[in-house]
Design a protein around this ligand. Structure first.
Ligand SMILES: CCCCCCCCC/C=C/C(=O)SCCNC(=O)CCNC(=O)[C@H](O)C(C)(C)COP(=O)(O)OP(=O)(O)OC[C@H]1O[C@@H](n2cnc3c(N)ncnc32)[C@H](O)[C@@H]1OP(=O)(O)O
Ligand SMILES: NC(=O)C1=CN([C@@H]2O[C@H](COP(=O)(O)OP(=O)(O)OC[C@H]3O[C@@H](n4cnc5c(N)ncnc54)[C@H](OP(=O)(O)O)[C@@H]3O)[C@@H](O)[C@H]2O)C=CC1
Length: 299
């Protein structure tokens, strides 16, 4: 059980924008932010989805219809939010688009739809909040939801991997440039946490259920949970650790580090399998020693 490690007033006085907050992980994290005292603003492209999400949440939640790829609309909406409610204290860049496809089949519009939502959307939103924080001499915290593909890349989701890697670069770059303004940028890179919309895009058929969306090759043997993601995100958006900036934190049960080029699969070996393996390798060592003529052992 993850539990509730934080006090219910952890985010009291915080005003936080979640892009793509009407569905999936954004909506689930929004609930935790509200339950910890934050005022929350949700952006997305579908008014009915946003309204439904806001109505389902227990506290102070506001919505705006914004396509984050449209820089002018992002700035306009940011201005409206600031004027009507006051300055944000944090931004969660969560909106994304993605689908699996052979890269050679992608049209220019397909590439733009995915990479633009992630890269341009995160930039426009961060820029809209950041320039206002700097002008008003206010601190701020930006958290972006990325994936471990920023370190590994991933076949068949290349525009997403490229867009997320760009936001990873933005996180490191602006952490330095805006540190003197009290603005922090961090990111989280979750492993699979099944959500309806994302799984339609990433695991749409019986044959598409491979490693990335499965639990069998994750060292912890399970998917992540929204509670775990919410706790990490809230920690980054809170005042718990103001010295932390520029970091992308993987939260994936060890999935990325257990790649096929490692011995992670040996977790299946029994004690007898290990005894057999040791006997085989010791026999090979003994045969090698016999050919050394007394050289090469430890002294
Ligand atoms: C880390 C460990 C593991 C973890 C495992 C999980 C890791 C998750 C990491 C990241 C996960 C996510 O981001 S999951 C997020 C999933 N959620 C979403 O995608 C929500 C938003 N999605 C959407 O709005 C749509 O599905 C999407 C198609 C992407 C964009 O819609 P738009 O209305 O903007 O654009 P459209 O006009 O429909 O389409 C734009 C072009 O894309 C083409 N197109 C659309 N679908 C296509 C498809 N399946 N294959 C090829 N091409 C396609 C169209 O033909 C158009 O090109 P032309 O024909 O040339 O016009
Ligand atoms: N689920 C998982 O296992 C993982 C998810 N992630 C990341 O977590 C985040 C949330 O994913 P998840 O909840 O699973 O997926 P969802 O598809 O449920 O969430 C994506 C959200 O982004 C919104 N969105 C898409 N395009 C735009 C746009 N142009 N402007 C504004 N909003 C937009 C969508 O709403 P609408 O279409 O109404 O605009 C939707 O609410 C994403 O960044 C994803 O990459 C990372 C690793 C693993």
């Amino acid at each position: 059980m993850t539990g509730r490690p934080f006090a219910p007033d952890l985010l009291a006085g915080k005003r936080i924008l979640i892009t793509g907050g009407g569905t999936g992980l954004g909506r689930a994290v929004a609930r935790h932010l509200v339950e910890h005292g934050a005022q929350v603003h949700l952006w997305g492209r579908r008014p009915a989805v946003l309204d439904e999400a806001a109505a389902s949440l227990p506290g102070s939640v506001h919505t705006q219809v914004v396509d984050v790829r449209d820089g002018e609309r992002v700035d306009e909406a940011m201005g409206e939010l600031w004027d009507e409610h006051g300055p944000l204290t944090g931004v969660l860049n969560n909106a994304a688009a993605n689908f699996i496809a052979p890269t050679e089949s992608l049209s220019p519009r397909a590439f733009d739809a995915v990479s633009g939502t992630v890269m341009k959307g995160s930039f426009h939103t961060t820029h809209g909040a950041g320039r206002r924080w700097i002008a008003a001499r206010l601190p701020g915290s930006v958290v972006s939801t990325l994936t471990t593909w920023v370190w590994t890349g991933s076949a068949y989701v290349v525009p997403s991997a490229m867009g997320k890697a760009a936001v990873h670069a933005m996180t490191m770059s602006l952490a330095v440039e805006w540190a003197r303004h009290g603005i922090r940028l961090n990111a989280v890179a979750p492993g699979p946490i099944p959500t309806e919309y994302a799984w339609q895009m990433l695991n749409p058929t019986g044959k598409s259920g491979v490693g990335a969306t499965q639990a069998d090759q994750i060292p912890m043997g399970r998917m992540g949970t929204v509670e775990e993601l919410a706790n990490l995100t809230m920690f980054l958006l809170s005042d718990a650790c103001p010295y932390l900036t520029g970091q992308t934190i993987a939260m994936d049960g060890g999935q990325m580090l257990a790649g096929p080029g490692t011995f992670a699969g040996l977790a299946e070996m029994t004690d007898q399998d290990w005894a057999d393996a040791r006997a085989k390798s010791e026999a090979a060592t003994a045969a090698s020693k016999a050919q050394r003529g007394g050289l090469g052992g430890p002294h």
